[in-house]
Every structure is written in C-alpha cells, then in structure tokens.
Ligand binder design. Structure first.
Ligand code: SAM
Length: 229
C-alpha cells in the first residue's frame, strides 16, 4: 500500500545547520522556533483548543537526511559512531520513511503559528502532524539501557568579548541567545570519535550569528566569539 503525506507546516528554527542541534528535544529549553502552518491548516479553527496544552508531539520529516536505500543498522553519534545497532533500536535520522518525532513545549498559539521551545529541529523542517501531549498516557515509567540518561553536560567558559556579543545579539534578536549557546555547546556537539586539538576552531550558526569555540582541553569548551554570520 502506498499513501502520500504532505506537510501541515514548516519550522522556522534557531538551528540553521545540523551540527550542534541537541540530539533530543528538551535538552536546550532556550532552543526556540515557530511552526508556520500552511493552507488549509493556517486557519484558527485548526488550532482551536490547543492553547490548553503545554506540550505537543511533532511528527516531522528529516528532510536533510532522506535516503533511497533503507539501512538496517546505524551508528548513533551518541555511542561514539563506532557501535552499530538495529535502526529500530535508535532514534537516528537515517531511517525508513525519514520520520522524526519530538515532544516540544508550546509557548503560544496563534492562527497559523505555533511558538515552540526545547526543539531539536533544523530550520525548514517539514512537519507532518501535531498532536497534544497527554501526560497520563505518554509519560510512562520506562527503561532504555542504550540511552539510560541525558548526556553529562560539559563545562563552558567564555571570552569577555564573546559574552558581551552574546548579550548584544540576544537583545537585538529578542531571544535567549546566551542560554541557547550554553545549553547546546554543553552537549558537546563534536563527534565523539574526534579528539579536539586545542588550536582547532569549531563554529556553528544559531539564528543569524556565528558562534566560534575551541577545546582548551578535551571535555572543556571555551567560547571565543559570537559575530554576525
Ligand atoms: N527527537 C527526534 C526523534 O527522536 O525522532 C530527533 C532525534 S535526531 C537523533 C536529532 C538530530 O536530528 C539533531 O541533532 C539534528 O542534527 C537532526 N535533525 C533535526 N532536524 C533535521 C532535519 N529536518 N533533517 C535532518 N536532520 C535533522
């Protein structure tokens, strides 16, 4: 059987590239975005009642990781990129049908627009469906020995100028930019198998700014600058 699905909307996100996006939602509460609904879902009727809900499930397409050939095994970055597991044992982006799911906070509802935080979605992500989170059914006492707990955040330090730049750009954007940088970099975006040389610079774009950092020692991040991208 084949059935065609089409997006109900697209996410405008703080994340402009895949690198440094947290590996799951809720890890960076300052990660915000707006889900812009497309016709006919851009009418107030489609979201009537949703203002009574604090969190929603988003079902979306990993539109920048779609593949023709299905994989049976994947190497999740969280496990260092060396261990392979069955695709259904992981939340890897390369998967049959390319469908992702995230529970995100719903901060505000407007006709045609949902304001979200705690997202792990790339800018432009097509959303296939939205469902209210139902705590009594969705919150279960579960175990998962592969991903038992959230990764331990790593310590961050800042150059004085970078700190000031983060505050200036955060104010201009009307976004919690300092918190976004802290929360995302503390997840250590670097692939686990790469040993960072202290002189190597890493960078990523959040909103319209470029954040640059290095690792004075492995397991420690120093933010160097936050400049217009
Ligand atoms: N919470 C979702 C899930 O479990 O289905 C996503 C988990 S996946 C491991 C999270 C990663 O997906 C992020 O770190 C980001 O690099 C990547 N990602 C997010 N949006 C994407 C998109 N539209 N296309 C491709 N990759 C995306």
């Amino acid at each position: 059987m084949s059935h065609t699905v089409s997006p109900v909307g697209f996410v405008r996100s703080c994340f402009k590239e895949k690198f440094a996006i947290p590996r799951q939602p809720q890890l960076a509460p300052a990660a915000r975005g707006v889900l812009e609904l497309v016709p006919p879902f851009d009418k107030g009727e489609a979201v009537a009642g949703l203002e009574q809900v604090s969190h929603v499930w988003l079902l979306f397409l990993f539109h920048q990781a779609l593949e023709d050939k299905p994989r049976l095994k994947v190497r999740p970055p969280r496990l260092g990129g060396n261990t392979s597991l069955g695709v259904f044992a992981t939340r890897a982006t390369h998967r049959p049908n390319g469908i992702g799911q995230s529970v995100v906070r719903l901060d505000k509802v407007e006709p045609g627009r949902l304001w979200l935080s705690g997202i792990d979605l790339l800018d432009g992500t097509p959303v296939l469906d939205i469902k209210p989170y139902v705590p009594y059914a969705d919150s279960v006492l579960a175990s998962n020995a592969i991903a038992a707990e959230a990764p331990q955040p790593i310590p961050l330090s800042w150059d004085d100028q970078a700190l000031q730049q983060a505050h200036v750009h955060g104010q201009r954007l009307g976004e919690p930019l300092f918190e976004l940088i802290e929360q995302c970099l503390a997840q250590d975006p670097r692939p686990a198998y790469q040993v960072p040389e202290p002189e190597r610079r890493y960078g990523v774009r959040f909103w319209d700014v470029q954040v640059r950092w290095h690792y004075p020692q492995p397991g420690q991040i120093h933010v160097l600058e936050v400049v217009p991208a």
